[in-house]
Structure formats: structure tokens, C-alpha cells
Design a protein around this ligand. Structure first.
Ligand code: NAD
Ligand code: ATP
Length: 356
């Protein structure tokens, strides 16, 4: 696999990201690969992901230099046109990024020589009862601690009229679509429908629909399950619901989640991967469902999702388990298991129906 053009998304607030960007640009110059910066923090001038990619010369690889937020910004661009995305870790958590900053040059060598795997990640698409609008005074409200807002998602060009199930918005979420109360003291009241059937009416601070990738983000913070990013699922998680049923529901990929704002509810902000993209009012609804298209993320080694979960989330062992003898062995994903522990990993995936 060869890469012919690179688009760079750099966290502008980090000197180390600027340094890593310099390394990427010099690698590109040495390998005659055109490289363009894509300013996803561009004040006022944001466009649809497709337009931003076209303006950058349609790169086939997006390299992000920053944390998970920067990766999510790059993933939004890449997924719009099926480009690859490679995350270089210069953030605080770095759950989504692939390579440490010190390895950026060798990572580009590997990509240039085709020594990579492409991991496919499920995305969410969204429909709504109407176009989303970000009120004009919203930007000032939301600016604290964040960059400029993205514009509201456009209606997908091929779906202007909408058919019987609302209008399709030009949105791909890698983590989550979040519907949350707009003002601090007014919860949202929402009818929640799974696969077209009412689950329950919720009064809550927020309601999330997450992908398996997003299961370790906001949904995790709200008590949701950790779901392997290799699985296909639509995860519904309420945040502080004022009711007894507060569990997550893990739905099948062909079971959409519908959220309908009830008559006297407070207004609700809609965020996609952490970015506010519109406000909904009573009577409005959104439907969130697994996208037909997937994100294509570059992997340069085996993906150790559970090792990463343990390490990045600082999982700690039970004190009683530690007191109960030798700690459970831990070994790098790249080395074979020690001693007689080989049986802990299945050598090959059994096909369905052959489990014995
Ligand atoms: N209470 C919360 O935990 C909370 C609240 C709002 C939003 N979020 C999440 O933040 C995401 C946007 O990320 P951001 O970096 O722009 O905002 P941010 O900086 O507010 O991110 C919140 C934290 O989530 C981490 N994160 C992001 N995606 C992750 C993932 N898939 N798995 C594990 N950790 C992840 C980030 O590294 C960061 O530490 C949203 O998609 C939402 O899921 C979390
Ligand atoms: N070029 C830039 N111009 C303006 N603001 C920028 C630029 N780059 C980054 N920022 C600011 O940095 C912040 C990005 O934070 P974000 O939390 O998304 O970073 P991150 O990549 O997730 O890193 P971390 O893991 O440390 O959170 C935003 O507030 C944004 O305004």
C-alpha cells in the first residue's frame, strides 16, 4: 500500500507537536510525498470534512499529532473520504493514538514501505427531524476551554428530501453522539427507542449513543461497559438518569437508537465526538445508527486493546488478590506467553458453530 499525499492535523498548543510536525514535513520532502497542514482550529472558516479534505489536495493519509481529541478531529476528515488515519501520541491519555512521538519517523518509514495493517473501526451516522442549528450566541457559551465550534452538520446531499425517516445528516461519529442538557439546572426528558420500540422515557443530564471505540470515553465515565473495538454494537448509556433503571443497553448494529425530546423538556445540545453541533427543542428527534462506512486506522503492530485499557486507565488489582500470592503474570503483546500460559489465548478463532 503506498501513500501519495499526507494531511497533517497538529495540536497547535503543544511545542512537541510542532516539533513532530517538522519531522513529518521533512520526511515527506525527502520521500517526495506532498504534505499539507489542515487547520482544524481555523477560526470561522470551517467547512464540511469533505471540503476540508478537497482543499488539502485530497490526502490519502491523515497524520494527527496530539491527543485523542486531535485524533478524533483527524478521524472526522479521514472517514469522510475513506482515507487512512495515523495517530501520533502527544496527548494526556492517548487511548486512540498508535505511535509515540519519538517513533514518528520510523512509523512513516513503515507506512511508506507498506508495513502496516488497516484496522476498521465502526462509525455512527445520524438522522434528525430537522437540520441542526447552532444558535448564534452558542459559540461564546461553549468557547471556554475549547477551540472554535464546527458548523452544524449539513444534510447529506443524496438525502435532501429525507424519505420517511427524517433527514440524513452529514455526520460520522467515531466515539459518540451525545444529547445533553443545555442549561445546568434543566434536565432533558427524552423518549428512548431501540430498534423502533420504546425502551423508556428518561429524565437525565445526558443520553449517549456510543460505538465500541467510544465505549472507553464518555460512556465509560457514565458507567457503561467496555466493548472491544473489534465488535460491532450500538451502545446506549444514560448520564445521571433520575429513575431506577440506569443501565447501559448494548444493541446490535442494525438496531438504531432514537431519541425524541419530550414536550416540556429543557433544550438539548447535540455533540458529535465531543463537539457541539446543534441544539434540539421539544418535539425534535434524532436517530443514531451504525454507519455503512468504517474508519480506516493505521496499525503498525498488534493492537493490544486490553493491555492499553489496563495501562491507560490505570487499572489496579484487588488488594486481596495481590495478598493471595504471586501476581497474575503480565507480558508484552509482542512476546509469547510465559510457561504454561499459552492456553489463555485461543490460537485461532473458531468459526461459529464449532465451539467445543
Ligand atoms: N465525563 C467524560 O468523561 C466526558 C465528558 C464529555 C465528553 N467526553 C468524551 O470526550 C470525547 C471527545 O474527546 P476530546 O479529547 O475532544 O475531549 P476531552 O479532552 O474533554 O476528552 C475527554 C477525555 O476522554 C479521552 N478519550 C477520548 N476518546 C476516548 C476513547 N475512545 N477512549 C478512551 N478515552 C478517550 C481523552 O483522552 C480525554 O482524556 C467525546 O467523544 C466524549 O466521549 C467525556
Ligand atoms: N492550532 C490551534 N489553534 C488554536 N487552538 C488550538 C490549536 N491546536 C489546539 N488547540 C486547542 O487545544 C485544545 C484541543 O484540546 P483537546 O483536548 O482536543 O486536545 P487533545 O488532542 O485531546 O489532547 P489531550 O489528550 O491533552 O486532551 C482545544 O481547546 C483547541 O482550542
Amino acid at each position: 500500500m503506498s501513500v501519495s499525499r499526507i494531511g497533517l492535523v497538529v495540536h497547535g498548543g503543544r511545542p512537541e507537536a510542532a516539533e513532530a510536525a517538522h519531522v513529518v514535513r521533512s520526511w515527506c520532502a525527502a520521500h517526495s510525498v506532498p504534505c499539507r497542514d489542515i487547520d482544524v482550529w481555523n477560526e470561522g472558516g470551517r467547512h464540511s470534512a469533505r471540503q476540508e479534505m478537497a482543499e488539502a489536495g485530497d490526502p490519502d493519509l491523515i497524520v494527527t499529532l496530539g491527543g485523542d481529541g486531535t485524533f478524533l478531529r483527524g478521524a472526522r476528515l479521514a472517514s469522510a473520504v475513506d482515507a487512512l488515519v495515523l495517530g501520533v501520541d502527544l496527548g494526556r491519555v492517548g487511548f486512540l493514538t498508535e505511535v509515540p512521538a519519538a517513533e514518528v519517523r520510523s512509523a512513516l518509514d513503515a507506512v511508506g514501505e507498506g508495513r502496516l495493517e488497516v484496522e476498521q473501526r465502526m462509525l455512527l451516522n445520524m438522522r434528525a427531524s430537522r437540520r441542526l442549528v447552532v444558535p448564534s450566541d452558542m459559540e461564546a457559551l461553549m468557547r471556554y476551554g475549547r477551540g472554535p465550534l464546527l458548523p452544524p452538520p449539513r444534510v447529506r446531499p443524496e438525502c435532501e428530501a429525507g424519505g420517511e425517516w427524517g433527514i440524513a445528516l452529514d455526520v460520522s461519529a467515531l466515539n459518540d453522539v451525545v444529547l445533553e442538557k443545555l442549561v445546568r439546572d434543566r434536565q432533558v426528558s427524552v423518549g428512548v427507542y431501540l430498534a423502533g420500540r420504546l425502551l423508556a422515557s428518561y429524565s437525565a443530564d445526558a443520553l449517549l449513543v456510543a460505538t465500541p471505540t467510544g465505549s472507553t470515553a464518555y460512556s465509560f465515565a457514565a458507567g457503561g461497559p467496555v466493548v472491544s473495538p473489534r465488535a460491532d454494537a450500538v451502545i446506549f448509556t444514560p448520564v445521571a438518569p433520575h429513575m431506577t433503571f440506569n443501565r447501559s443497553v448494548v444493541a446490535a448494529p442494525d438496531e438504531p437508537v432514537g431519541l425524541r425530546i419530550l414536550e416540556r423538556s429543557g433544550q438539548a445540545a447535540v455533540s458529535i465526538d465531543g463537539q457541539v453541533r446543534g441544539v434540539l427543542y421539544p418535539g425534535d428527534w434524532i436517530g443514531v445508527y451504525a454507519a455503512p462506512r468504517r474508519l480506516r486506522a493505521v496499525r503498525l503492530g498488534p493492537m493490544d486493546f486490553y493491555g492499553r485499557l489496563r495501562e491507560r486507565m490505570n487499572l489496579t488489582d484487588a488488594p486481596a488478590a495481590i495478598a493471595d500470592g504471586t501476581p497474575a503474570p503480565l507480558w508484552p503483546v509482542t512476546t509469547p506467553p510465559p510457561g504454561d500460559l499459552a492456553h489463555l489465548a485461543m490460537p485461532e478463532r473458531p468459526s461459529l458453530g464449532r465451539l467445543e
